[in-house]
Write a protein that binds this ligand. Structure first.
Ligand code: DC
Length: 216
């Protein structure tokens, strides 16, 4: 069984997808983490973000893996190294949408995501899961929330990770990424026609999880 959860940053997708996967005993596949891992490698190798052929080559020669541990935590591995924390840093978030809009990079990630998703019952979260990666998913959700609420949530989360950041920084990052993610040519952020739309603005995580479970 495949459950697809799409929506903009800060709508609660990853938290909800993780809990849902845990409750159902499914694999949790954070597809954004894969683009983040590649962005980290691009920066570490000092590749110019505009050098598309070099980035595509890097994507084709990287080993990105997602490992769910027994406690439900997700480990993101890049070439055998645990990069779970590094990929959440602002220097990655700033560039990830530019890397994720490259068509051939998406092609590589698509292969990885389908392979992982077919290996076990899975919950995937991202931007194009219901539209492109698994258009035949058993259940599709589109989580959304008002932009100021999304920024507040992301701000809280990042402060929780120990990052020094202002709410204004988070707001401008979110609106910049929303714009790139939803206007790019290849697999833009869009609600699949058959996805259930859930506005999480005034909902707690528990309420969102309960709502989604109600549709399964
Ligand atoms: O969900 P996130 O913030 O970790 O995602 C990071 C970026 O990756 C996001 O700005 C857009 C991109 N992304 C994507 O293009 N397609 C996906 N399926 C998942 C993420």
């Amino acid at each position: 069984m495949i459950i697809a959860i799409d929506g903009p940053a800060g709508a609660g997708k990853s938290t909800v997808a993780k809990i849902l996967a845990q409750k159902l005993g499914f694999l949790y596949i954070d597809t954004g983490a894969m683009y983040r891992a590649l962005t980290l490698k691009t920066i570490e190798q000092k590749i110019d973000p505009s050098d598309i052929p070099a980035i595509v080559d890097l994507a084709r020669h990287s080993v990105i893996d997602l490992i769910n541990d027994e406690l439900g935590a997700l480990k993101v591995s890049l070439d055998g190294k645990d990069v779970s924390s590094l990929i959440r840093e602002p220097r990655i978030t700033m560039f990830v949408s530019d890397i994720a809009k490259i068509k051939d990079v998406r092609e590589v990630m698509l292969g990885l995501q389908r392979k992982l998703g077919k290996s076990k019952d899975s919950v995937l979260d991202g931007r194009d899961i219901g539209t492109v990666v698994f258009p035949d998913a058993d259940k599709k959700f589109y989580l959304d929330a008002k932009s100021d609420e999304r920024a507040k949530r992301r701000y809280k989360e990042l402060v929780g990770f120990g990052q020094t950041i202002t709410l204004g920084d988070v707001e401008s990052d979110l609106s910049n990424r929303d714009k790139i993610d939803s206007t790019r040519e290849c697999a833009p952020l869009r609600k699949a026609e058959d996805a259930v739309y859930v506005d999480t603005t005034d909902m707690s995580i528990e309420e969102v999880v309960k709502t989604l479970l109600g549709y399964l």
